[in-house]
Design a protein around this ligand. Structure first.
Ligand SMILES: CC(C)(COP(=O)(O)OP(=O)(O)OC[C@H]1O[C@@H](n2cnc3c(N)ncnc32)[C@H](O)[C@@H]1OP(=O)(O)O)[C@@H](O)C(=O)NCCC(=O)NCCS
Length: 156
C-alpha cells in the first residue's frame, strides 16, 4: 500500500497547543496552558506536519539554546538549536509525519547557520531519533513527572 505523504511547515505558536495537549501533556488542564516561556521568542520556530487532506497531525518547536549537558566535542562557538515538544497524533505514527517534521527542522536550522540540533529525548522516542540520524550525547537522567531521558544531537 502507498505510504501517505506529509508536509511540514512553520506555524504560529498557538497552533501547536492542541497537539501538545493531546500527545505530550494530557495532564495539563487545557490546550491553552500548553505553552513554553520562550514560545514567542524571536529565535523560535514552530513546525506543523499536515496530511494530504491538510489535517494537522504533528508538531515540534525549535529554540536557539545551548545546554550545560552539551559534550566538549561541541565547541561553544558552534550555533545550536534545541528541538522541543515533538509529537505526532497516535493514528498517524510510523507513516512519516515525524520524519517530515525533523527534515523541515534540520533544513530550517541549517538556514540559520546552526551546526547542531539537539533534544532531551524521552526513552520511548530513542529509536525514532536514532532513525533520524541523532546520536546519544549524554547518559540517562530523570525528568520529573515524565521519566528517563537522554540528550541526543544531530550534526547538521
Ligand atoms: C516519537 C514520534 C514523534 C515519532 O513520530 P512518527 O510520526 O511515528 O515518526 P515517523 O513515522 O516519521 O518515523 C520515522 C522512522 O522512525 C521509525 N520509528 C518511529 N518511532 C519508532 C519507534 N518507537 N521504534 C522504532 N522505530 C520508530 C519509523 O518506523 C520510521 O522508520 P522508517 O523510516 O524505516 O519508515 C511519535 O511516536 C510520538 O509523538 N510519540 C509520543 C510523544 C513523544 O514521545 N515525543 C518525543 C518526545 S522527546
Amino acid at each position: 500500500m502507498r505510504k501517505p505523504a506529509f508536509t511540514a511547515r512553520a506555524i504560529p505558536a498557538e497552533q501547536t497547543r492542541l497537539i501538545r495537549h493531546r500527545v505530550l501533556w494530557p495532564h495539563k488542564e487545557s490546550a491553552a496552558s500548553c505553552t513554553i516561556d520562550v514560545d514567542e521568542a524571536d529565535h523560535a520556530c514552530h513546525v506543523g506536519a499536515f496530511d494530504e487532506q491538510g489535517k494537522h497531525v504533528g508538531v515540534c518547536s525549535l529554540f536557539h539554546q545551548r545546554s550545560d549537558r552539551f559534550p566538549e566535542a561541541v565547541p561553544p562557538s558552534d550555533a545550536v538549536y534545541r528541538l522541543r515538544v515533538m509529537g505526532t497524533l497516535p493514528e498517524v505514527r510510523g507513516q512519516g509525519a515525524g520524519a517530515a517534521i525533523v527534515q523541515f527542522a534540520a533544513d530550517w536550522c541549517r538556514e540559520q547557520g546552526a551546526q547542531w540540533l539537539w533534544c532531551d529525548a524521552r526513552e520511548v522516542a530513542f529509536p525514532f531519533y536514532e532513525r533520524m540520524g541523532f546520536s546519544f550525547v549524554s547518559g540517562r537522567y530523570e525528568v520529573p513527572a515524565i521519566g528517563p531521558h537522554r540528550m541526543m544531537a544531530l550534526k547538521l
